[in-house]
Write a protein that binds this ligand. Structure first.
Ligand code: ADP
Ligand code: MG
Length: 466
């Protein structure tokens, strides 16, 4: 009897959970544990279902995507009872609402801290409400930067090796978005932390103004009491010697006082010409996170998210999304711009969005950014890939091993060039446009059913775009 109870106690979820937690900590390390797994709590047990809870939808998603399998595995190893697990987002409690209110106040203070007086700079630094972690689409090219930003926002102490956090990447890839997201997150969760976000340009402007008004003490004071200082586009102060010097002092002082500093830049610390060597090397001391240019998959994800967030809901066909993701490769800002243009146009003229109308609306944009891919080139690459003769692209042979690559080539011509169906048909030995249309439709259909084929098409697209 006693033994039985003991056994039961040992495998009570309340007892197992701390053991699983300990293993998770060991498995993923303290930093990840503190940012992601510590908020996860055992909520209740219903029959054989274990219900856990986290404070935000985002953390839930992240845990499900990254740590959930391991969690279940550890649990099963500890206790073989057949359980199912679920993670819920905890209801907003009075305390939470209160926090939100405080968050709102904190943002106001944050703004007034950042913007003491902006004469001459035009406008104030307000945080863009769209630039939150929830609205940031994560993929391979930006996952490190994202995770780092998230960690800085979520942990109240400085994570070892992460100070300063140096985010760098080309224009329009999400640096400012991530910095605003950090500020929003902190304002929400730990409003007692004081955050200052400003562009390097504004930093310089304030510094010069302080010099002119003999307010340097005040200027320094203002930054000294900050918990998290974020300076955007730091490349701006390259070569501006006195600002650079002041920035360096502020920066050093904050780091020495164990305050978090986040910097963004369009290039890596070592590429900052015109920045003194000691500043450059110090900038690279912490965590340097590179945001790579977008991948096709990430662009797809971003477009899908943006479509869902449209103010006036609007149906954007899948092939249009794919087309945009294929064509607008420069950066996310341009990608968003192209989508908005297409949506605005269709709303204006009251017609639905089609691939045709999209190509039409974006013609100029595409022409200027397009490296001209020719029908010949596409045929050559596709023939090579499927090991058929280039001549067969124009032949009338109907064997599947030849007809299929030919259809894929037609599809790629439609997607990657601005040629009409008629012109494409001509390039394929004078086929008429309905044959081309049929081929393209067939490929679209097959890509849905056949993963291997979809992969082939993606691969060929990549090869052709390089
Ligand atoms: P940067 O500061 O690097 O030049 P921004 O942060 O201003 O770029 O981003 C440009 C635009 O692209 C913004 O509207 C931003 O919301 C959007 N954006 C960039 N990356 C992402 C992403 N991963 N998910 C969603 N939107 C993004
Ligand atoms: Mg920016």
């Amino acid at each position: 009897m006693v033994i039985a109870t003991q056994l039961r106690t040992e495998t009570l979820p309340q007892v197992v959970w701390p053991r699983v937690q300990a293993r998770l900590k060991q498995e993923f390390g303290d930093a990840i544990y503190a940012s992601w797994l510590a908020p996860l709590q055992l909520e209740r047990v219903e029959g054989n279902q274990i219900i856990m809870a986290v404070p935000t939808r985002f953390i839930r998603e992240w845990i499900l995507a990254n740590y959930f399998e391991t969690l279940k595995h550890f649990w099963k190893e500890d206790d073989a009872t057949v359980y199912s697990w679920d993670i819920m987002v905890r209801e907003r409690t009075a305390e939470r609402v209160d926090n939100d209110n405080r968050a709102a106040t904190a943002i106001t203070t944050l703004e007034s801290t950042v913007i003491t007086d902006d004469v001459g700079l035009g406008g104030t630094t307000t945080l863009d409400p769209r630039f939150t972690f929830d609205n940031f689409v994560v993929g391979k090219p930006n996952e490190l930067a994202y995770a780092a930003a998230r960690a800085v926002a979520d942990s109240t102490r400085i994570l070892p090796g992460s100070n300063p956090l140096f985010l760098y990447g080309g224009v329009g890839l999400g640096k400012t978005h991530l910095m605003h997201a950090i500020a929003w997150e902190i304002a929400q969760k730990t409003p007692e932390r004081k955050v200052v976000y400003l562009s390097a340009e504004k930093f310089m402007y304030q510094f010069i103004r302080a010099l002119r008004h003999n307010d340097i003490m005040l200027f320094k004071e203002q930054f000294r009491s900050v918990d998290v200082l974020m300076i955007d586009d730091v490349q701006f102060i390259c070569g501006k010697d006195s600002t650079q010097e002041e920035f360096f002092h502020t920066f050093n002082a904050l780091i020495d006082q164990n305050r978090q500093v986040v910097i963004s830049c369009d290039r890596s610390p070592s590429d900052l010409d015109g920045m003194e060597e000691r500043v450059r090397s110090r900038l690279g001391w912490g965590l340097v996170a590179d945001i790579h240019s977008t991948s096709y998959e990430l662009r797809l994800g971003i477009l899908q998210a943006k479509v869902e967030q449209l103010k006036t809901p609007c149906f954007v066909p899948k092939e249009v999304i794919e087309f945009l993701a294929l064509k607008i490769t420069s950066n996310v800002r341009e990608l968003e711009g192209a989508l908005n243009k297409v949506v605005a146009h269709s709303t204006l003229v009251g017609r639905e969005i089609t691939l045709e109308s999209t190509q039409d609306i974006l013609r100029d944009l595409l022409r200027s950014s397009e490296r001209m891919i020719t029908i010949d080139e596409i045929q050559r690459r596709v023939a090579e890939h499927y090991n058929v003769r280039v001549a067969d692209m124009s032949s009338a042979r109907r064997m599947r091993t030849i007809a299929r690559p030919r259809q894929i080539a037609m599809y790629l011509c439609k997607m990657l060039t601005s040629r009409s169906l008629l012109e494409i048909g001509k390039g394929f030995g004078g086929k008429d446009h309905t044959t081309v249309m049929h081929g393209i439709k067939r490929v679209e259909q097959l890509m849905k059913e056949d993963i291997e084929m979809a992969d082939d098409v993606t691969l060929l697209t990549r090869i052709l775009q390089n």
